[in-house]
Design a protein around this ligand. Sequence first.
Ligand code: OGA
Ligand code: NI
Length: 332
Amino acid sequence: MTSSIAPRAESLASSGIQSIPKEYIRPKEELESIGDVFEEEKKGGPQVPTIDLKEIESEDIKVRERCLQELKKAAMGLGVMHLVNHGISDQLMDRVRIVGQKFFELPIEEKEKYANDQASGKIQGYGSKLANTASGQLEWIDYFFHLAFPEDKRDLSIWPKTPSEYTEVTSEYARQLRGLASKILSALSLCLGLEEGRLEKEVGGLEELLLQMKINYYPKCPQPELALGVEAHTDVSALTFILHNMVPGLQLFYEGKWITAKCIPNSIIMHIGDTIEILSNGKFKSILHRGLVNKEKVRISWTVFCEPPKEKIILKPLPETVSETEPPLFPP
Ligand code: OGA
Ligand code: NI
């Protein structure tokens, strides 16, 4: 069987072309907002806040309350933040980055053995964005996508076999992120005046909440001012956690402008996704974001989407977040 028909961004990048195919060129209106990411990263103005989670489980209620307030402010403001002192070791995050990078260093023919087949519903594996609009618009990205948690729902047979440590390292990272997700969901519940376990339960708990790993590989792009790595979108997840290789790219649309996330060593970037925005009746924000590419450095990011299984959950604002003065902003 032939693999996916999507061209690999990596093969275009390594072909030595100086101008990118027209399918990758963004519409004229959008081009005006695309700049050099290294220049953008240096800019002042509103920034992605940093949330120190050190005190989030403090015995001292005052200390804990201060930490909760910071988290609440960030979740109600940009809806995206750098988490530090999140409890996942630098060493484990480095290993996650190494195994993912090693996989993408394999020749394309090797990676093709893991190709997904979106047409037949096989969405896990190595892939590229297929054109889904009449314009045939494409993005400058290849990726690897697989379910990482709960462990009994994984299909380990489709995970990268090279490098050999991939499965062990990624499994451990997913387990630890699942723990972090629980802590954050508890904290966000308290911020909404709910019982601690409420949001966790609403999104499916330990049994049902899915952690989907997507390794995003953005090759160097000869005309980065004309393309995007990922186009503007919000995440449908409850929460999204992002690691990256310290190359800037992520931009957030805030107050009418694109702001560029700075690279903070060993922080984990966390997004509030649409699911939590809806459950909180819009109190927490799922921000529009996108990814720029550049000429000089390959960018890799490790995105973990924490999301309830689509078929099991009907999402609507929790009754406690709705009142006469705050009517539901989202239909079920
Ligand atoms: C995504 C995404 C941003 C990044 O995969 O949904 O927004 O930094 N990625 O790669
Ligand atoms: Ni996203």
